[in-house]
Design a protein around this ligand. Structure first.
Ligand code: SF4
Ligand code: SF4
Length: 174
Protein backbone atom coordinates (compact mmCIF):
# COMPACT_ATOMS: atom_id res chain seq x y z
CA UNK A 1 0.00 0.00 0.00
CA UNK A 2 1.46 3.46 -0.85
CA UNK A 3 2.47 5.60 2.13
CA UNK A 4 0.48 8.71 2.88
CA UNK A 5 2.42 11.88 1.94
CA UNK A 6 1.84 13.05 5.55
CA UNK A 7 3.28 9.90 7.13
CA UNK A 8 6.52 10.53 9.06
CA UNK A 9 9.56 8.90 7.47
CA UNK A 10 11.87 6.64 9.49
CA UNK A 11 14.07 9.48 10.76
CA UNK A 12 10.98 11.27 12.08
CA UNK A 13 9.71 8.33 14.12
CA UNK A 14 11.38 9.44 17.34
CA UNK A 15 8.61 8.48 19.78
CA UNK A 16 9.76 4.85 19.89
CA UNK A 17 13.48 5.42 19.32
CA UNK A 18 14.20 8.53 21.39
CA UNK A 19 11.23 8.71 23.76
CA UNK A 20 9.67 11.91 22.45
CA UNK A 21 7.51 12.42 19.38
CA UNK A 22 8.78 14.43 16.43
CA UNK A 23 6.81 17.33 15.00
CA UNK A 24 6.09 15.14 11.97
CA UNK A 25 4.59 12.41 14.16
CA UNK A 26 2.46 14.96 16.02
CA UNK A 27 1.28 16.52 12.77
CA UNK A 28 0.37 13.11 11.40
CA UNK A 29 -1.66 12.52 14.58
CA UNK A 30 -3.51 15.81 14.02
CA UNK A 31 -2.58 17.40 17.37
CA UNK A 32 -0.59 20.43 16.15
CA UNK A 33 -2.68 23.63 15.91
CA UNK A 34 -2.26 25.77 12.81
CA UNK A 35 -0.64 29.23 12.87
CA UNK A 36 -4.09 30.68 12.22
CA UNK A 37 -5.56 28.93 15.25
CA UNK A 38 -2.62 30.00 17.41
CA UNK A 39 -3.06 33.62 16.36
CA UNK A 40 -6.81 33.51 16.98
CA UNK A 41 -6.73 32.18 20.57
CA UNK A 42 -4.53 30.24 23.02
CA UNK A 43 -4.53 26.59 21.96
CA UNK A 44 -4.10 23.65 24.27
CA UNK A 45 -1.69 21.17 22.65
CA UNK A 46 -2.12 17.58 23.86
CA UNK A 47 1.00 15.83 22.62
CA UNK A 48 -0.14 12.41 23.76
CA UNK A 49 -0.04 9.94 20.88
CA UNK A 50 0.83 6.67 22.60
CA UNK A 51 -1.94 4.41 23.91
CA UNK A 52 -1.24 4.20 27.64
CA UNK A 53 -3.62 3.63 30.60
CA UNK A 54 -3.99 7.23 31.73
CA UNK A 55 -6.72 9.85 32.01
CA UNK A 56 -5.98 12.73 34.47
CA UNK A 57 -6.32 15.17 31.58
CA UNK A 58 -9.95 14.07 31.25
CA UNK A 59 -10.75 14.17 34.97
CA UNK A 60 -9.03 17.55 35.51
CA UNK A 61 -10.93 19.40 32.81
CA UNK A 62 -13.91 21.31 34.20
CA UNK A 63 -15.32 21.89 30.71
CA UNK A 64 -15.41 18.30 29.50
CA UNK A 65 -13.12 19.36 26.66
CA UNK A 66 -10.82 16.34 26.94
CA UNK A 67 -12.16 12.83 26.60
CA UNK A 68 -10.35 9.54 27.09
CA UNK A 69 -13.34 7.36 27.91
CA UNK A 70 -13.16 3.56 27.82
CA UNK A 71 -10.90 1.77 27.46
CA UNK A 72 -8.56 4.00 29.43
CA UNK A 73 -5.85 3.38 26.83
CA UNK A 74 -7.75 5.54 24.34
CA UNK A 75 -5.87 8.60 23.15
CA UNK A 76 -7.32 11.83 24.56
CA UNK A 77 -9.64 13.68 22.20
CA UNK A 78 -9.80 17.46 22.50
CA UNK A 79 -12.92 19.49 21.73
CA UNK A 80 -11.48 22.95 21.04
CA UNK A 81 -14.94 24.49 21.11
CA UNK A 82 -15.28 23.61 24.80
CA UNK A 83 -11.72 24.51 25.89
CA UNK A 84 -11.32 27.81 27.76
CA UNK A 85 -7.51 27.52 27.94
CA UNK A 86 -7.72 27.53 31.75
CA UNK A 87 -4.56 25.42 31.94
CA UNK A 88 -5.76 23.02 34.67
CA UNK A 89 -4.84 20.02 32.54
CA UNK A 90 -1.18 21.12 32.29
CA UNK A 91 -0.05 20.12 35.79
CA UNK A 92 -2.53 17.22 35.89
CA UNK A 93 -0.81 15.29 33.09
CA UNK A 94 1.81 12.90 34.52
CA UNK A 95 3.42 12.62 31.10
CA UNK A 96 4.06 16.39 30.87
CA UNK A 97 2.39 16.13 27.49
CA UNK A 98 0.09 19.17 27.68
CA UNK A 99 1.06 22.78 26.93
CA UNK A 100 -0.82 25.87 25.78
CA UNK A 101 0.57 27.98 22.93
CA UNK A 102 -0.44 31.24 21.28
CA UNK A 103 0.86 33.78 18.77
CA UNK A 104 0.77 37.56 19.12
CA UNK A 105 2.46 39.28 16.18
CA UNK A 106 6.13 38.29 16.12
CA UNK A 107 6.02 36.72 19.59
CA UNK A 108 4.87 33.28 20.70
CA UNK A 109 3.81 32.27 24.18
CA UNK A 110 3.86 28.86 25.78
CA UNK A 111 2.51 27.65 29.13
CA UNK A 112 4.26 24.45 30.14
CA UNK A 113 4.71 22.16 33.17
CA UNK A 114 7.91 22.48 35.22
CA UNK A 115 9.02 19.92 37.80
CA UNK A 116 12.72 20.78 38.22
CA UNK A 117 14.40 22.91 40.85
CA UNK A 118 15.07 25.72 40.85
CA UNK A 119 11.76 27.02 39.61
CA UNK A 120 12.32 30.03 37.30
CA UNK A 121 11.08 33.51 38.15
CA UNK A 122 9.30 36.17 36.14
CA UNK A 123 11.78 38.08 33.99
CA UNK A 124 14.37 35.28 33.76
CA UNK A 125 16.09 35.00 30.40
CA UNK A 126 16.01 31.32 29.46
CA UNK A 127 16.81 28.94 26.62
CA UNK A 128 13.77 27.37 24.99
CA UNK A 129 14.15 23.73 23.91
CA UNK A 130 12.47 21.26 21.59
CA UNK A 131 10.91 17.88 22.43
CA UNK A 132 14.33 16.20 22.59
CA UNK A 133 15.79 18.91 24.82
CA UNK A 134 17.78 20.56 22.05
CA UNK A 135 18.18 24.37 22.28
CA UNK A 136 15.91 26.29 19.89
CA UNK A 137 15.98 29.99 20.81
CA UNK A 138 16.10 32.46 23.67
CA UNK A 139 13.00 33.25 25.71
CA UNK A 140 11.76 35.24 28.67
CA UNK A 141 9.69 33.94 31.58
CA UNK A 142 6.55 36.06 31.91
CA UNK A 143 4.82 34.24 34.78
CA UNK A 144 5.12 31.25 37.09
CA UNK A 145 2.29 29.72 39.09
CA UNK A 146 2.71 26.95 41.61
CA UNK A 147 -0.41 26.63 43.78
CA UNK A 148 -0.73 23.78 46.29
CA UNK A 149 -3.35 22.08 44.11
CA UNK A 150 -0.67 21.55 41.44
CA UNK A 151 1.11 19.09 43.74
CA UNK A 152 4.51 20.68 43.04
CA UNK A 153 4.18 20.91 39.28
CA UNK A 154 4.70 24.58 38.49
CA UNK A 155 3.25 26.08 35.33
CA UNK A 156 5.64 28.46 33.58
CA UNK A 157 4.67 30.90 30.83
CA UNK A 158 7.46 32.10 28.55
CA UNK A 159 7.61 34.12 25.36
CA UNK A 160 9.97 33.73 22.42
CA UNK A 161 10.14 34.53 18.67
CA UNK A 162 7.01 33.39 16.80
CA UNK A 163 8.93 31.52 14.11
CA UNK A 164 9.81 28.77 16.62
CA UNK A 165 6.29 28.16 17.90
CA UNK A 166 5.98 24.64 16.49
CA UNK A 167 9.35 23.44 17.81
CA UNK A 168 9.50 24.87 21.33
CA UNK A 169 8.02 22.71 24.09
CA UNK A 170 9.85 23.75 27.26
CA UNK A 171 13.01 25.48 28.56
CA UNK A 172 16.44 24.28 29.54
CA UNK A 173 17.01 23.62 33.25
CA UNK A 174 18.46 26.55 35.17
S1 SF4 B 1 -7.09 24.10 29.20
FE1 SF4 B 1 -8.79 23.89 30.72
S2 SF4 B 1 -10.66 23.79 29.48
FE2 SF4 B 1 -8.93 23.42 28.07
S3 SF4 B 1 -8.73 21.18 28.00
FE3 SF4 B 1 -7.34 21.92 29.63
S4 SF4 B 1 -8.52 21.81 31.54
FE4 SF4 B 1 -9.98 21.67 29.82
S1 SF4 C 1 -3.01 12.80 31.31
FE1 SF4 C 1 -1.38 13.27 29.83
S2 SF4 C 1 -0.35 11.29 29.43
FE2 SF4 C 1 -2.33 10.85 30.43
S3 SF4 C 1 -3.76 10.49 28.70
FE3 SF4 C 1 -3.93 12.67 29.27
S4 SF4 C 1 -2.48 13.75 27.92
FE4 SF4 C 1 -1.95 11.55 27.87
Amino acid sequence: MPMSPDAPDASDRTLKTLGAPSLAELRAAGVVPSREELAAHPCVCVECIEEIPCNPCETSCPQGALTVGQPITNLPVLDRQKCTACGLCIPACPGLAVVIKSLEGDRAKIRFPWEYLPVPAKGDRVEMVDRLGNPVCGGTVVSVINPARNNRTAVVTAEFPAEYVDDVISMRRL
